[in-house]
Design a protein around this ligand. Sequence first.
Ligand SMILES: [Zn+2]
Length: 324
Amino acid sequence: MPFNHIAVNNIYMRNQMIKRKRIVWWHCLLSCLLFFLFLPSIVFSYDSSPSDFKKLISALEQQSSLYGWTDVKPKTISWEYYRTTKNKNPLIFTTFGNSTGNCVLFFGGVHGDELPTVYLMFKLAHYVKDNPALFKDKCIVIAPLLNPDGFLAASPTRVNASGIDLNRNFPTKDWQAKAIRQWIAKGKIKRYFPGEKSASEQETLFQMALIKRFKPQKILSVHSPLNFFDYDGPSSDLNSFEQWMEQICKETNHPLKKFGYFPGSLGNYAGHERNIFTLTLELPSSDPKRGGEYFQKFQPSILKFINLPVVGSPPNVKIINNEK
Ligand SMILES: [Zn+2]
């Protein structure tokens, strides 16, 4: 009897072990499945959700119809977005071409009340998308609306939702010493407030991230309504760029003005400090209804800017051919 008892006990224990092993095995399998199922959201869990994106696209469609931009279709372009603004608007950008080098970055809507700049960038995105053969060996990155909170405000504003001028918020070397001091000296105009700290804004961090990721040789930032071209870039090759710019100014009948740069401005951060050819196009007005006219006027020079042959990576970039 005792012997039988032990045998039965042994069988019972073995069965229990097998059961436990099975449970552990199923647990492992389930955990693995869950892990791989949610891996994309772990890796890509940024702070903007698909519903925020849908809201932004429908708000953009509404604004476009309000401004008569019937040929702007934000839905038809494939956007990437990883960050949102204070008002939960995703900061969108799109990339074109096959090249991973020689990138050119386009920025629009840095100041939310400069309405046609946003139109120009959407139109450029449509144009590049519709003519892939022209840009297949290029790397083009377009961020058409850097300040969606300002642009979508009931009454559009230059500053973002925190009241900060995004073109004064870059962490340039002179920011700490000069940004706030200059702002006070110039009469504390709210539209130009650089923020309490540099790089405090998602919109600034977004632009910095694009520059870091794509290491562009060239940047074009569109503003309005000061009506000129301005540029900052590698001091070693500024002369060749200046010659090229003079030609472009003649062709577009748009003046060149050395506007200088400010503490915290893109021209200072990208052009002056990082030696990236940084061109600012100031459109003649902020009237959204003139977007079409401006796109027509500046499209050829924008394409020339894309094709301007530059070699090397920042900070060692150089124009190789001053073709007219
Ligand atoms: Zn501006």
